[in-house]
Design a protein around this ligand. Structure first.
Ligand code: C5P
Length: 218
């Protein structure tokens, strides 16, 4: 039988990455950062000079994606790109390639392969609606655009990257609009998801709420 899945979806910088990773650790589950696959696809296209709207060629790259996630580093063609994939330009590119149906289709099996015993916590936009629609528990994490821009700003500064808060708010709104409006797998809570607004919640409180929801459902 298939291992249990807990999905954590939500808009960019809603804190879902941090929360999902900690929940996975607490449960002793595997962890899938599906956004990293879209970021890697975008970075690969940028590096190879493939236009981000060339659906057939970008989908080919997504299908190959010579990436690995080991020892806390994300590698592409053997090169450590852990920081490079977090750049705003790559996030923007990820959002563009993620709107292409052939790219989403090319990444589907790769995402589902993460479902292994004893279980999986999957973080993304469409984990609960498409990729793991049969998940035992689903959470949709949100926060106000201002709170999310501030979180992303802090992350970037901590990484020693430069950032502008107003530019981040604008980027975030553009990305949310694109992710929500796209025809395929748009950003929206699954009908059976717990919607959790973390604007005034710290990470520990959010982790506890997600764990409580999972225990409730399993
Ligand atoms: O979560 P993260 O910000 O790393 O995701 C980058 C982009 O990848 C998102 O803006 C979204 O367009 C896309 N994405 C997606 N489906 C997922 C995960 C990410 O479309 N499951």
């Amino acid at each position: 039988s298939l291992a249990p899945v807990l999905t954590v979806d939500g808009p960019s910088a809603s804190g879902k990455g941090t929360v999902a990773e900690r929940v996975a650790a607490a449960l002793g589950f595997h962890f899938l950062d599906s956004g990293a696959l879209y970021r890697l696809t975008a970075l690969m296209a940028m590096k190879r000079g493939v236009a981000l709207d060339d659906e057939a060629r970008v989908a080919e790259l997504a299908a190959q994606l010579p990436a690995s996630f080991g020892g806390g580093a994300v590698r592409l063609d053997g090169e450590d790109v852990s920081d490079a994939i977090r750049a705003e330009a790559v996030g923007e590119g990820a959002s563009k390639v993620a709107a292409l149906p052939a790219v989403r289709a090319a990444l589907l099996d790769r995402q589902r392969a993460y479902r292994e015993a004893p279980g999986l916590v999957a973080d993304g936009r469409d984990m609960g609606t498409v990729v793991f629609a049969d998940a035992v528990a689903k959470v949709f994490l949100t926060a106000s655009a201002e709170a999310r821009a501030e979180r992303r700003y802090k992350q970037l500064i901590e990484k020693g990257m430069s950032a502008s808060l107003p530019a981040l708010v604008a980027d975030m709104q553009a990305r949310d609009a694109r992710d929500s409006a796209r025809a395929v797998a748009p950003l929206k809570p699954a009908a059976d998801a717990l919607v959790l607004d973390t604007t005034d919640m710290d990470v520990v409180a959010a982790v506890d709420a997600v764990l409580a929801h999972y225990r409730d459902k399993s």
